[in-house]
Structure formats: structure tokens, C-alpha cells
Design a protein around this ligand. Structure first.
Ligand code: GDP
Length: 304
């Protein structure tokens, strides 16, 4: 229906010969288009505002090279800024010098943590690691069972408080911090080089939940804490990300449900307000619906 932002901007300037410098008038028109595209992609309003201000500051007076018309020049700047905010380069997990590397997942209930745990285990296994999954979501009925199913699919063992939970609706009891600690102990004993800890989420940000996640992180000394966020969350991305950043000081972000309609604006919102890189994307319910995140591809998805 609409052309991509890149096409629209380029068309706006088609008749100008690309020489000289970008003027205020050039930039105001394009800023309006960029604002609309970012809002359409569900980037949070304050993030859009800040982004536009940066683009304007950079574009005003920028020299238009012979090869590009002013529209193309602005598109180039927008693209560079998007990629920069999204973390520039793809960032992979930092492995601990002394194994096991301990990775903890945190996020709201329904964000896709348990699903992701299986995928991440599968991904790491395919790279030659020997991961152990640890089930510390003792809040959501079925979460332990779900992790066990995911582990089985990936061919990765799961450490769970009650390995024999039989009823799907049964909520295992126990202290998640103790389970995490025991899980890491088991990983050391059995020579797993990576531990992936699934934690409980709630429907909204909750102090008790945050304290629990922070306690698990401290108890096991997690090397990587991945904040898992649903790409469909839209404008709420900023508040949720800020709360988790303060609560657990995460090291990276995983964006889930990118197979849906979401354009991925949440990635930009989270990266901008926390300064943390997006590392992985989840694109479906299957084990293989998982990608290492590429900032340049996401910039394209947001702009197109
Ligand atoms: P948790 O509460 O954070 O552990 O969330 P779950 O892993 O249970 O996921 C919540 C729901 O979202 C489940 O029905 C999953 O199958 C689904 N889900 C998770 N990740 C994705 C994804 O990338 N795409 C789609 N379409 N569904 C997903």
C-alpha cells in the first residue's frame, strides 16, 4: 500500500540535484515522514522524539555527496543511527573464562522465556556446547513441564525441583533461588559448560518478582542476564525495559514473536532507553524459529 520510508524520502527529493548541503526545509519534511514510519513501527513516542532530534542535528548542514540526492542522504543517516542504537554489530554471548557460563532469562509472563530457553539450548548445543536448562519458574502452572518438553526436543537435560511433576496444572513448590543454586551445582558436577536458567514472570512489573530475579542472579553470579520481551508490546516497551534494567541490570535483550505483525519498534525503544544490545530474535513457536539478531536487518525492517 505505502512505499517504504526509504522510497518515499528518495521520491521527495527526486527533482533536486544532489549538491550542496541539507537545509532546514529539506529536513522538516523528511522528519515528518520518519516520525510517521517510526510510530507505525511501534517505536515508543519519547524514543521517536529523541531520535528525530538527533537526526535533525546530524542532517542539518550535512554535505550531500554527488552520488546521493538529499533524500537518500537522510535515509543513510537514519539507517546509521538506527543500527547504532540497536547495538551496531551483532553481539554474541560472552562465555565465562571458567565454565559454566551462567545465563539467566528474565521478563514478563508470556514474553516467551520458557520457549526461548529451549531454543537457546538448541542453538548452543548446535555450536558444540553442552548446556543444562534449569527450571526456576515455580509460579506459572506448567512452566516446569513446558521447559522439560522444550529440553527434550532440543536433546538438552533439564534440572527441575520436582522432576516428576505429573499433572500439567501442578505448580511445583520450592525456593527458586535454591533451585538455581542446585542447578548450577549439578552443571558443575556433570561438566555442563553452559547453564540456562528460566525464571518466573508476572503479567505486570512486580517488586516481588523483580527481587526474586535479582536474588537468583546474585546467588548464581549470572554472567549474562537476557531480558526477553514480546515485540508486540508496543508503547509499554519503555517502562517494562526500564523496570527490568533497574531490577536485574540485564546484559542483553531478546525480542520474541517477530513472526507476527510487529515491525520491531520495541527493539529500538528498549535499546535506546537502556543502552543494552538486542542479541537474539524469536520468530515462532518451533525450536528452530530463532535468529541471532542483526541490527542492520532490523533497521531495514523498521524503515521498510
Ligand atoms: P513465558 O511465560 O515468558 O515463559 O512465555 P512462554 O515461553 O510460555 O510463551 C508464551 C506464549 O507465546 C506461548 O504460547 C508460546 O508458544 C508463544 N511464543 C513464544 N515465543 C514465540 C514466538 O517467537 N512467536 C510466536 N508466534 N509465539 C511465541
Amino acid at each position: 500500500m505505502f512505499n517504504s520510508l526509504s522510497d518515499r524520502l528518495t521520491a521527495t527529493f527526486k527533482n533536486l540535484r544532489g549538491k550542496g548541503r541539507l537545509t532546514e526545509a529539506d529536513i522538516d519534511g523528511t522528519a515528518r515522514e520518519i516520525r510517521r514510519a517510526l510510530l507505525d513501527a511501534d517505536v515508543a513516542v519519547p524514543v521517536v522524539r529523541e531520535f528525530i532530534a538527533r537526526i535533525k542535528a546530524r542532517a542539518l548542514g550535512a554535505e550531500v555527496s554527488g552520488a546521493l540526492n538529499p533524500g537518500q542522504q537522510v535515509v543513510k543517516i537514519v539507517n546509521e543511527e538506527l543500527v547504532g542504537i540497536l547495538g551496531g554489530q551483532t553481539r554474541e554471548l560472552q562465555l565465562a573464562k571458567q565454565p559454566p557460563t551462567i545465563i539467566m532469562l528474565a521478563g514478563l509472563q508470556g514474553a516467551g522465556k520458557t520457549t526461548l530457553a529451549g531454543k537457546l539450548a538448541n542453538h548452543l548445543k548446535s555450536k558444540g556446547h553442552a548446556p543444562l536448562l534449569v527450571a526456576c519458574d515455580l509460579q506459572r502452572p506448567n512452566a516446569v513441564k513446558q521447559l522439560q518438553v522444550g529440553g527434550e526436543r532440543a536433546g538438552v537435560p533439564v534440572y527441575a525441583p520436582h522432576p516428576g511433576v505429573s499433572s500439567e496444572a501442578e505448580v511445583p513448590t520450592g525456593d527458586p533461588v535454591a533451585v538455581a543454586r542446585d542447578g548450577v551445582g549439578t552443571a558443575r558436577e556433570k561438566l555442563h559448560d553452559v547453564v540456562i536458567i528460566d525464571t518466573a514472570g508476572r503479567l505486570g512489573v512486580d517488586q516481588e518478582l523483580m527481587a526474586q530475579a535479582a536474588n537468583i542472579k546474585a546467588a548464581v553470579g549470572a554472567h549474562e542476564t537476557l531480558f526477553v520481551i514480546d515485540a508486540m508490546i508496543g508503547q509499554d516497551a519503555v517502562n517494562t525495559a526500564q523496570a527490568f534494567n533497574e531490577g536485574v541490570d540485564f546484559t542483553g535483550v531478546v525480542l520474541t514473536k517477530l513472526d507476527g505483525d510487529a515491525r520491531g519498534g520495541a527493539a529500538l525503544s528498549v535499546a535506546q532507553v537502556t543502552g543494552k544490545p538486542v542479541m537474539y530474535a524469536s520468530t515462532g513457536e518451533g525450536l528452530k524459529d530463532f535468529e541471532v539478531f542483526h541490527p542492520d536487518r532490523m533497521a531495514k525492517r523498521i524503515l521498510d
